[in-house]
Design a protein around this ligand. Structure first.
Ligand SMILES: *[C@@H]1O[C@H](CO)[C@@H](O)[C@H](O)[C@H]1NC(C)=O
Ligand SMILES: *[C@@H]1O[C@H](CO)[C@@H](O)[C@H](O)[C@H]1NC(C)=O
Ligand SMILES: *[C@@H]1O[C@H](CO)[C@@H](O)[C@H](O)[C@H]1NC(C)=O
Ligand SMILES: *[C@@H]1O[C@H](CO)[C@@H](O)[C@H](O)[C@H]1NC(C)=O
Ligand SMILES: CC(=O)N[C@H]1CO[C@H](CO)[C@@H](O)[C@@H]1O
Ligand SMILES: CC(=O)N[C@H]1CO[C@H](CO)[C@@H](O)[C@@H]1O
Length: 452
């Protein structure tokens, strides 16, 4: 009898230990977003379209036809007169040296990290992982070392800097942090996404290289992730899914956004006419993969029926069913790329204007700030008071490579506007009605790929 009781007690103990182990294992795998902070440059760096045109014309030698092209391009970009550019853009002569980029780098990166520290109260010595992504601008020592040095982080801090990875790199960094947080227990991960614009103005005569001039603006975001179970209560979001796709093995995709010299030897980023095809080839499978994870059963079922009918009776030429993604997410925050990109996304995914508002207003107010743009969008919906507990947020980034990343967050609480939000003091004025603009006169370079 005693033996049996002992056995039973032992069994119960074993069960409890297993239970606790499973529970703690599961919670330690959860990744929380405690908070994020978007950098807002001083208003002295607001760059109107008029100023921008003047700047380009002052520094280059352009034909009348080209001047007309530049003016049209700027006017139709979808940007307002208050996007930000680095200090060098306000000097008479644009001749950036390393010191100027250094200055912008420190302003953007320290500006956003300081804000994040103030917001979250996290101590520098608790940060275990640092990831910085910045596409074009590179420094030695690297940008993650810059952060470790400035904030005197611990020696064991794991650091990565993702460079040259385009606008989708910010979400790639989240994916990387997620993987690192699976193996580093009880850690904070600090992620900084930015692009340094100082030395990236293109002043040559190649029209397809001017597209980035029209859209590209200064900005940065710092994000704090944690896998500490105790942070569950104070976090804003929980990471649900991270999906990354790339089609870099295809020459057509690889060459679609390319940095090289023009005929006169001036450096610039080229966007060729394969871009659209590359974007579709990359974004579509990713969105499909995501749909599989997040869509409700009903939508999946309809999709399946369409798919079966389509493959059994190809003669009927039934169009492909595009699931209603609004049934699965409450906020859609795509990389702002440019006006046509946003219009295309809206059309194919069937989102309402209200759903696209954050993206359009961010493009208007802050421009294409590269990988940080989706965070200005999240700040927008927060400032509008639209993020409710349980809401699902979908951020999607895409860029050179061609790469596409999607992240799904779940709001852990109803998020209130705060003083650190870059939109706070002007949110009442949004959304603004955007004028209907003609498309940017784009002159894509022809395809480079032999396999086209
Ligand atoms: C920007 O300023 C110009 C004049 O400098 C004005 O014509 C234009 O309407 C303004 N655009 C926006 C979007 O405010
Ligand atoms: C590209 O995709 C492949 C397969 O999905 C993946 O293994 C690889 O890590 C990806 N590379 C990048 C740079 O995203
Ligand atoms: C998509 O789903 C949303 C939310 O359930 C609904 O409001 C909207 O009307 C649907 N759109 C279409 C085209 O069915
Ligand atoms: C947005 O800016 C990034 C650089 O940060 C550039 O690579 C990308 O091509 C831009 N998007 C468009 C549509 O110009
Ligand atoms: C620590 C680290 O990964 N450093 C790299 C950051 O990026 C620069 C420039 O791309 C490299 O030179 C560093 O090795
Ligand atoms: C994480 C994930 O599911 N990624 C997917 C994105 O789309 C590509 C293309 O279909 C898939 O192969 C990946 O598995």
């Amino acid at each position: 009898m005693e033996m049996e009781i002992l056995l039973l007690v032992l069994l119960i103990c074993l069960f409890l230990i297993c239970f606790v182990m499973i529970m703690t294992r599961k919670t330690s795998c959860n990744v929380y977003l405690i908070d994020f902070a978007c950098y807002k440059p001083p208003s002295s760096q607001k760059c109107s379209k008029e100023h921008f045109v003047k700047l380009i014309l002052n520094n280059g030698d352009y034909s009348e036809e080209m001047v007309d092209f530049l003016k049209k391009g700027i006017a139709r970009s979808g940007l307002s007169n208050s996007t930000y550019l680095a200090e060098i853009f306000f000097e008479q002569i644009y001749k950036p040296v390393m010191k100027d980029s250094q200055k912008e780098t420190e302003m953007s990166i320290f500006g956003s990290v300081d804000l994040l520290m103030a917001k979250t109260g996290v101590r520098c010595e608790d940060v275990g992982i640092v990831i910085v992504n910045c596409c074009i601008h590179n420094t030695v020592p690297c940008l993650s070392s810059l952060i470790v040095n400035k904030y005197k982080l611990r020696e064991e801090t794991v650091t990565y800097n993702l460079s040259g990875m385009g606008c989708s790199a910010g979400l790639l960094a989240i994916g990387l942090a997620k993987q690192l947080l699976q193996v580093h227990e009880n850690s904070y991960a600090l992620i900084v996404s930015t692009e340094i614009v100082t030395d990236n103005l293109y002043l040559g005569k190649d029209r397809s290289k001017h597209l980035t001039n029209f859209l590209f603006r200064q900005g940065a975001v710092a994000i704090l992730l944690s896998n500490r179970p105790s942070d569950r209560k104070i976090s804003k979001y929980q990471l649900l899914h991270a999906i990354h796709t790339n089609t870099s093995s295809s020459d057509r995709s690889y060459n679609s956004i390319f940095r090289d010299e023009d005929l006169a030897g001036i450096n610039g980023v080229n966007i060729n006419k394969d871009l659209v095809a590359a974007a579709i080839a990359t974004v579509k499978p990713n969105v499909t993969a995501l749909g599989y994870l997040i869509l409700p059963i009903k939508e999946k079922f309809i999709y399946l029926i369409y798919h079966i009918v389509r493959s059994l009776l190809p003669k009927l030429k039934i169009h492909q069913y595009i699931p209603n993604y609004s049934t699965a997410v409450d906020h859609f925050l795509p990389h702002v790329g440019g006006k046509p990109v946003l219009e295309d996304l809206q059309r194919t995914l069937g989102f309402s204007n209200k759903m696209m508002e954050a993206a359009r207003m961010t493009l208007y107010r802050f421009g294409n700030t590269s990988s940080s743009s989706i965070w200005y969008e999240l700040a927008y919906v927060e400032a509008k008071g639209r993020v409710k507990k349980g809401n699902r947020v979908w951020q999607i980034g895409f860029g050179s490579g061609f790469k596409c990343s999607s992240i799904i967050w779940r709001a852990m609480k109803t998020v209130d506007r705060d003083d650190y939000n870059p939109w706070t003091d002007e949110i009442a004025g949004y959304p603004v009605t955007l004028e209907v603009l003609e498309p940017v006169p784009i002159f894509f370079e022809s395809s480079k790929s032999k396999f086209y």
